[in-house]
Every structure is written in C-alpha cells, then in structure tokens.
Design a protein around this ligand. Sequence first.
Ligand SMILES: Nc1ncnc2c1ncn2[C@@H]1O[C@H](COP(=O)(O)OP(=O)(O)OP(=O)(O)O)[C@@H](O)[C@H]1O
Ligand SMILES: Cc1ncc(CO)c(N)n1
Length: 267
Amino acid sequence: MTPPRVLTVAGSDSGGGAGIQADLKTMLALGVHGMSVITAVTAQNSLGVQGAWELPVEAVRAQYRSVVDDIGVQAVKTGMLASAELVETVAELIGGTDAPAVVDPVGVSKHGDSLLAASALDSVRTKLLPVATVATPNLDEVAQLTGVRVQSEDDLRRAAAAVLAYGPRWALIKGGHLPGEAVDLLTDGSEEHWLRAPRYDNRHTHGTGCTLASAIASQLAKGQSVPEAVAAAKEYVTGAIAAGFALGGGIGPVAHGWAFTGGTPGA
Ligand SMILES: Nc1ncnc2c1ncn2[C@@H]1O[C@H](COP(=O)(O)OP(=O)(O)OP(=O)(O)O)[C@@H](O)[C@H]1O
Ligand SMILES: Cc1ncc(CO)c(N)n1
C-alpha cells in the first residue's frame, strides 16, 4: 500500500538535529513518505548557526511543483523560510494546494541565531498565517509576531487569540520555554486542548519544534483530526526529548528513532 505523503518546506540543518533533517526522520518514524523543498542551507551544529544561504525563489517553486504535480501531498509542513520573498512564495504555493498545512513560523534557533529576516515578519502575519491549518509558534515567535509576552500558563490563551486573529484555523502555542511542566495550548477559538508532559532537563532539545510540527503533519496525512494529530505528535516529541543525546559540545538533538530503540536515552 502507498504510504501517506508529507512535504516539508524548510531549511537544511547540517548537524542533522533540526530543519529538513529532523522533518524527514520524524516522517520515517511515523510511517509516512517524507519529501522536501529546501528553502535555505545552514552551516549548523550543536553550538549554533555558523552560516545560512537562501535558495533562489525559482528553485523553491520548481521543487514544490515537482513534488505536488506528480506525487501529490496529503499534508505540508513549513519551517525556516528566511526572507519575505520566500515567505510570500511559499504562502502562495500552499494556499493553492488542497492539503492541510502546518506552519511553524521559525524565527530564531535555540542558540538565538536568526533564521528569518526582520523584514519578513509582516509577510508571515499577513500571507503565511492565513493559509495555515495549524500554526505552531514558540513563545519568542509569539512575541515577535503579536507583541504578546507569555510569562505564565494564563497568558497562553491571550497569545493564542492574538495568533488566531491572523487567520490560521488552529493555533498551537508551545509553552516549552516556560518553567515547570511542558504545557502547550491548542485552540481554534472555540475548543481548547491543553497538552501537558513532564519537562526533561537533559538540554538535548535541538529541533523539538521542527519535530513536533512534522509529527502533526504526518498524523494529519494519515487522516487524523487536528486535536488527535497534535496529541499524538506531542507524545512522539516528548519520547524523543526523553531519549535525546549529547552530540558535539553544545545542545544535542532529540532521538527521532526512540520508538525503535525502546526510548533509551542516546540508544
Ligand atoms: N525540556 C523539555 N521537556 C519536555 N518537553 C519539552 C521540553 N522543551 C520543549 N518541550 C516541548 O517540545 C515541543 C516543542 O516546543 P519548543 O518550545 O521547544 O519549540 P521550538 O522552540 O520551536 O523548538 P526549536 O526551535 O528547537 O525547533 C513542545 O511540545 C514543548 O512543550
Ligand atoms: C534549518 C533550521 N530550521 C529550523 C530550526 C529551528 O530552530 C533550526 N535550528 N534550523
């Protein structure tokens, strides 16, 4: 049987922990066929981002058309889009595709390196968020995009309302950067789903956001509803964080294959 097909539109992380590499590993682990449109190439490792180069708009468009016109997609995920021009191009492409879109509005890496030009923020708000089925900002991205500064769980509702005002069907506000339990809020403005998991203080959390968004897209492609897909994706990313491992001298990656290795840290 042909597996469901999922497309990631994102940047390459040479260190293999985030970006396209995290997305494809997640898709393999969750049993879907992963495909990629590369928007930018980063020189990146456990210590930070040493360099980043965008691809030309024609290269992004051509990759997208090659995949969608022949193979077809059951879900799309977007990550690092680097510039206003690429954000607008990708928004137009996914707006014209009949598949759910999970938009991870990637702004900065875990090390604080910028992965999106400041001049692109307005295009994210007005072009990309309106075509999202689910938008998955972290707290820094919420602050950049909406001005809402989340300091407690109560603020997550306010953040979600501010994100929903830009037009995505659902907002998943990731409270991963708050102290205490790892709490996220999923809402479409009427239903609310609180997702809670224990916090693992192993610091090997490079690529958590990419992994979560790709897992949501994978579950949507299998036909799950948004709340079901997000709940399953949260379980997957939590297992991957629990089994995260040291690599290089800085922040190590989550373990995408944890379900195959029994969830043993670093196995
Ligand atoms: N230490 C942790 N323990 C358990 N869950 C965590 C931890 N850190 C983050 N999470 C969870 O991981 C998911 C991703 O959230 P996070 O806020 O880390 O994304 P992100 O900052 O976009 O990640 P990145 O930019 O590295 O890809 C959320 O479900 C969040 O609650
Ligand atoms: C290429 C890439 N995309 C996304 C992230 C998320 O932080 C990263 N570090 N690198």
